[in-house]
Write a protein that binds this ligand. Structure first.
Ligand SMILES: NC(=O)c1ccc[n+]([C@@H]2O[C@H](COP(=O)([O-])OP(=O)(O)OC[C@H]3O[C@@H](n4cnc5c(N)ncnc54)[C@H](OP(=O)(O)O)[C@@H]3O)[C@@H](O)[C@H]2O)c1
Length: 355
């Protein structure tokens, strides 16, 4: 069941087709049974719908279903889908893929969507930062109680594995902190300004490319980075943060002169997101920082992102993202879907994962 059928979800349904063979090697045969949008109608058919055809229809200005199907909220739609697919839900075969628009103030209605899906016996996969940034602990607990998975690899760094990497590959290690560059738009603006472009021109080109939000403050004032920092801190460090709880300073006041002065001294300014545990507290911060040129984060150009993870046993390791886009985010959903499938086949209840 797809809740949200925008750029990411439409790329996802095509990727499901492109990866049909690897999916079948995993023992997975997928079927889209429902799609809910805000203004492009809804469709629900337990026998399956042709999601790729519907993606094309939406892209040519059409809707997935008649307007008459759009009554009620998407949470109501999820409850109805769970009722009509009750047998699949009982057999752990129902998955809700949540890709609605991020609401940076409260994380809603995505949090309600996740709750409705878990209550209906569905696993949940999302690329939306809202649920993890605002309600990770409560939703992880709800998933454990429901004996279902709640996965969100696409919420940070698109499909580059960070949550799954930490969960699957660091047994008995403790993550003590992280720092990184996690917002592509601001890194692109800073790099472009170093090369003589103006702040406004660089921002406009990110908006034209569909990377920056229409509301520039979301990226420029550090809100997107704060949401990602809260999500990472909640999951990797067991924090109980929301984006408002992350100390935040954006890049609005960074001038070309300041960037030039830093460069003359062999340094670069980056919008750095970081968090570290101190006793039982987790302190998280997003702020422009002057970094020496041998710092891995200083070497990130354009839209590149990276996270350096600090651990007790491995010291530091880094995950670097050189390319980003819809396919990467759609792949995060696909990888999470395969994780759900593997857990089903193992017959293992998803343990709540906590650091
Ligand atoms: N784009 C990326 O590269 C990327 C990367 C990482 C994470 N993400 C996250 O992934 C999510 C989806 O991104 P996107 O680029 O696909 O966004 P998008 O193109 O704007 O699509 C959002 C979809 O959600 C639907 N929607 C919004 N509010 C809804 C509601 N209350 N009930 C039902 N449907 C609702 C919209 O319906 P209408 O079209 O009818 O309005 C639309 O189909 C966002 O949370 C985003 O932050 C995106």
């Amino acid at each position: 069941v797809l809740v949200g059928f925008g750029n990411v979800a439409r790329r996802f349904v095509r990727l499901l087709e492109e990866k049909r063979v690897p999916l079948s090697l995993e023992g997975l045969d997928t079927r889209v049974v429902g799609i809910a949008t805000r203004r492009h109608g809804r469709v629900l058919s337990p026998g399956g719908v042709d999601a790729v055809m519907l993606a094309g229809r939406v892209e040519s200005g059409g809707a997935v279903g008649p307007d008459t199907d759009t009554a009620g909220t998407a949470a109501t739609f999820i409850r109805e889908a769970a009722r009509r697919c009750a047998a699949a839900a009982r057999q752990h075969r129902l998955v809700v893929v949540e890709t609605t628009t991020l609401d940076i103030a409260r994380g809603q209605p995505a949090i309600r969507h996740v709750r409705a899906a878990l209550a209906g016996g569905a696993h949940v996969i999302t690329a939306n930062k809202g649920p993890v940034a605002f309600a990770y602990r409560a939703l992880a607990q709800a998933a454990t109680r429901a004996d279902r998975s709640f996965l969100f690899e696409g919420a940070v760094m698109d499909g580059i594995p960070i949550f799954n990497l930490a969960r699957e590959t660091l047994p008995a290690a403790t993550i003590t902190g992280f720092r990184g560059v996690v917002n592509s738009t601001t890194n692109y603006i800073l790099t472009s300004m170093e090369n003589g472009e103006t702040f406004d021109a660089a921002l406009a080109s990110m908006q034209r490319a569909g990377i920056a939000e229409a509301d520039a403050s979301f990226d420029v004032d550090g809100w997107d980075a704060a949401a990602k920092t809260a999500a990472l801190a909640n999951v990797l460090l067991g924090a109980r943060l929301t984006p408002a709880g992350v100390e935040r300073e954006g890049i609005r006041d960074i001038t070309a002169d300041r960037l030039d002065t830093a460069r003359a001294g062999g340094r670069r300014i980056k919008l750095v997101a970081s968090a570290e545990r101190s006793g039982r507290q987790v302190r998280a911060r997003v702020a422009p920082m002057e970094l020496p040129s041998d710092d891995l984060l200083a070497g990130l150009d354009g839209q590149q992102n990276a996270i350096i993870v600090q651990t007790d046993v491995l010291g530091e390791f880094a995950v670097v993202q050189r390319g980003s886009g819809l396919t990467q985010t759609a792949y995060a959903l696909l990888a999470d879907l395969i994780t759900v499938g593997r857990r089903m086949q193992r017959g293992s209840a998803p343990r709540r994962w906590r650091r």
